[in-house]
Design a protein around this ligand. Structure first.
Ligand SMILES: [Zn+2]
Length: 315
């Protein structure tokens, strides 16, 4: 009986999950080895060498019951989709005159970050330079899941350990926000780095597409920052990653983003999206120990490049 139940599994969307209103979403999961004749919603789906699969679903508002047939065994997977949003009446004041649109949300810096940047570490020896690594998610916060339900939190920690090893080999002092499977409060992740006078804060993640996007069409790496202080570090790391991953996955370049962990005017802070683990190819790539080591070295090289970089000319 267990063998039948294990014939096919779904990593996303989880059973009973509630998705926002969408007409299509991706679904990913894994089959037992040897199962190749998988249909989802009556359509044939490619099963990869590892058993991973991914496909797009047509959705209806409310309960969605998706039939999966693998190896002649049918199973149903149930989750929910929100109804379409109702049109909102125009905002008016007491006299019925139209009100201006609401102001965009203001993102506050981390409350423990000072207002001015720490001195750049150029001139310091690596042994005097402290790099803080932040493997994203942890504990009950798994991050995104691969088709075999391998959690992003583990992929992040494995890459972070490779970065630490490569940085320590260059003589740098390295600390990590976590070195085990523990949950951390998002806005607290960078607190110790600020208290201990870290020279840089590097958060490490793996990406997932929006629910409505086909994961097979999006796979790249990028480095995000919030301000010019972080952007200089992001550019150096991105350049080394682009060089290392040339011909493997494309770079989307260093980008701006409002992530809680990077909002520091004091410590140069970045968030790396190493790859997407939502496709069978991305999952297999993140299981590859040699590739992980290679990426870890590239990130460490980028951090080291930034540590010795010249003061950028004033525009
Ligand atoms: Zn993440």
């Amino acid at each position: 009986m267990i063998a039948l139940l294990l014939a096919v599994s779904v990593a996303f969307p989880g059973a009973g999950a509630k998705l926002p209103h969408l007409e299509r979403c991706y679904m990913s999961g894994a089959c037992e080895r040897g199962v190749t004749n998988l249909t989802v919603q009556g359509r044939a789906v490619d099963v990869y060498r590892t058993g991973g699969w991914v496909t797009m679903l047509d959705l209806v508002p409310g309960t969605n019951t998706i039939e999966l047939v693998a190896g002649g065994v049918a199973t149903n997977h149930v989750f929910f989709v929100e109804p379409p949003p109702q049109p909102q009446p125009p905002r008016v004041d007491a006299d019925g005159d139209p009100l201006p649109p609401p102001k965009p949300r203001v993102y506050e810096k981390l409350d423990y970050a000072a207002d001015s940047p720490r001195p750049h570490p150029r001139g310091k020896t690596p042994a005097e330079t402290l790099i803080y690594l932040d493997p994203g998610h942890g504990g009950s916060d798994t991050g995104t899941l691969s088709p075999h339900a391998f959690p992003e939190k583990d992929a992040n920690l494995r890459v972070a350990r490779e970065v630490r090893k490569a940085l320590e080999a260059k003589g740098y002092r390295v600390k990590m926000t976590r070195d085990s499977d523990v949950a951390l409060v998002l806005t607290e992740r960078a607190r110790a780095a600020h208290a201990e006078g870290a020279d840089a804060f590097v958060s490490i993640h793996h990406n997932a597409p929006g629910f409505g996007s086909d994961p097979r069409t999006v796979r790249y790496h990028t480095v995000y920052s919030w301000n010019p202080l972080g952007a200089a570090l992001a550019a150096k790391i991105n350049a080394r990653m682009a060089e290392a991953l040339d011909g493997d996955i494309p770079s989307k370049g260093p980008l701006h983003a409002n992530f809680a962990v990077t909002r520091s005017p004091e410590v140069p802070s970045v968030l790396i999206e190493v790859d997407f683990i939502t496709t069978p190819e991305g999952e297999e790539a993140c299981w590859n120990v040699a590739r992980r080591r290679f990426i870890g070295r590239a990130i460490a090289d980028g951090i080291a490049d930034w540590c010795v970089s010249e003061v950028p000319p004033r525009p």
